[in-house]
Design a protein around this ligand. Structure first.
Ligand SMILES: *[C@@H]1O[C@H](CO)[C@@H](O)[C@H](O)[C@H]1NC(C)=O
Ligand SMILES: *[C@@H]1O[C@H](CO)[C@@H](O)[C@H](O)[C@H]1NC(C)=O
Ligand SMILES: *[C@@H]1O[C@H](CO)[C@@H](O)[C@H](O)[C@H]1NC(C)=O
Length: 425
């Protein structure tokens, strides 16, 4: 079903601007910035990456102005207590990809704020007293700790070595299977942003009244997630690519990504206990109907792509929505003018469905629509798309439909709104 456009007349300039033969991609409307790694914009910095450095003699960097030192991917095996004494204003230290074991990390520094200690290639620790082991570091002002790819167990009591920690990256480890949230609340009271992606966590119970605001558990084999209903701090929860069959219900939540799971239904009951949601991503689950979101009056982005929705019936939609993604379902009819009053909707993705026509008055239910994706459907003519009454429409994506013929005598000017471009290939 490729689009072959047969033109009966040469395109004039006006028509060109409304019909484009240049291909362009629809903007990804699901994207949110999950801040997957530490960013630091220190001006005064020393960067010595991948140079085979084995030792850092004390005083190697002697400066009051240096704030950042990066030594990733070297062969460093130990950091002594006073190694960075001559750089008293150091704030950022990157030691990723070296071979330093926790026994050989003795760093003491008063001003360090960010420490990156990811993916050490040190040998496994075979210490029978491991469970009572203490870290030898003293870093009273570290706020951000990145310790990805841990190659031994993590004792949450170690968090005490970072009393000011607000952001922790403890992802990508086969040794993190369970996280005791009571121990987190006890040992890392200031922790706000907690990254635990790609570990082997299969159950996550958040019982303790901690202060975590952002929690990232993407790509864990997570089957069970429970949070104490009195927990009022969590704002962002990311559970993409897990094995969950139920959506968690958390009153304070503003952002929930539970895409690529096994959720079959989302009931009105669940959603009414999440009134603050502004972003809900349910892509690639097993939903067969639209969730009842109409009372979520802060919801701006709703993603339901890659589900099994075919029946769009009398379900109302939240009128706060700006972006709605219904890509890759089985929708063949979307006659919703009566029920949807999406006064703020700007992006609508209906690509990869089975639509061959849209109702003549559908512009009334989404008067502000600007960007519309209809690629990979069954439209046979531009007339059936019924876009001529959308005054704000800027772009419509139409490739891979069954439009084999666009009659310009029939006149694009009449079918396509003034400032709108239709991308046909
Ligand atoms: C979790 O941590 C708390 C506080 O450190 C401790 O009392 C409790 O025994 C721990 N629970 C488990 C299952 O390890
Ligand atoms: C669509 O939904 C309505 C109302 O829920 C139901 O009566 C109807 O049978 C459904 N149709 C299909 C094809 O599932
Ligand atoms: C595409 O359109 C042609 C002619 O209008 C029709 O014969 C054909 O069955 C259509 N194909 C599909 C897949 O809808």
């Amino acid at each position: 079903m490729r689009t072959i456009v047969v033109f009966t007349l040469l395109l004039t300039n006006t028509l060109c601007s409304r019909l484009s033969l240049n291909s362009k991609d629809f903007k990804d409307i699901d994207y949110i910035d999950k801040q997957l790694y530490v960013t630091y914009s220190g001006i005064e910095s020393v960067s010595l990456a991948g140079l085979g450095i084995e030792n850092i003699p004390q005083g190697m960097v002697r400066s009051n102005s240096i704030r950042s030192i990066s030594l990733p991917e070297n062969k460093i095996r130990e950091i002594r207590k006073h190694t960075f004494d001559e750089t008293p204003n150091l704030e950022y230290l990157n030691l990723a990809g070296n071979s330093i074991s926790i026994d050989d990390l003795e760093l003491v520094h008063e001003n360090l704020k960010l420490l990156i200690f990811d993916f050490q290639k040190s040998a496994e620790i075979t210490d029978s007293n491991f469970l009572t082991k203490e870290l030898k570091i003293r870093l009273p002002n570290v706020e951000v700790l990145s310790w990805k790819g841990l190659n031994h167990e993590l004792l949450l009591s170690w968090m005490k070595s970072f009393p000011k920690i607000t952001t922790a990256y403890l992802s990508d480890s086969n040794y993190i299977q369970m996280v005791n949230t009571s121990a987190i609340a006890e040992n890392a009271f200031n922790l706000r942003n907690f990254h635990l992606e790609r570990n082997v966590i299969d159950e996550f119970v958040m019982d303790a009244p901690g202060n975590i605001e952002q929690l990232y558990l993407d790509e864990n084999p997570l089957k069970y997630f429970w949070i104490n209903p009195n927990y009022q701090s969590l704002k962002i929860l990311s559970l993409s690519n897990c094995l969950l069959s139920e959506m968690p219900v958390i009153y304070s939540l503003q952002v929930l990504d539970i895409s690529h799971n096994e959720v079959r239904s989302v009931t009105f009951d669940m959603l009414q206990h999440m009134p603050l949601l502004r972003y809900l991503n349910l892509n690639n689950n097993k939903l067969t109907t639209l969730p009842e979101v109409h009372h979520l009056n802060k919801l701006e982005t709703l993603s339901l792509g890659g589900n099994l929705i075919s029946n769009i019936t009398d379900i109302f939609m939240a009128n706060s929505l700006k972006m709605l993604n219904l890509k890759g379902n089985n929708i063949d009819n979307i006659d919703v003018a009566e029920w949807w009053q999406l006064d703020r909707l700007e992006y609508l993705d209906l690509s990869h469905n089975k639509l061959n026509s849209l109702p003549s008055l559908w512009h009334k239910s989404m008067p502000m629509l600007k960007h519309l994706n209809l690629e990979f459907n069954n439209f046979v003519s531009l007339e059936n798309v019924q876009i001529h009454n959308f005054v704000d429409l800027r772009e419509v994506y139409m490739k891979n439909n069954n439009i084999t013929y666009i009659d310009i005598n029939q006149n694009i000017v009449r079918l396509v709104p003034k400032r709108c471009t239709v991308y046909v290939v």
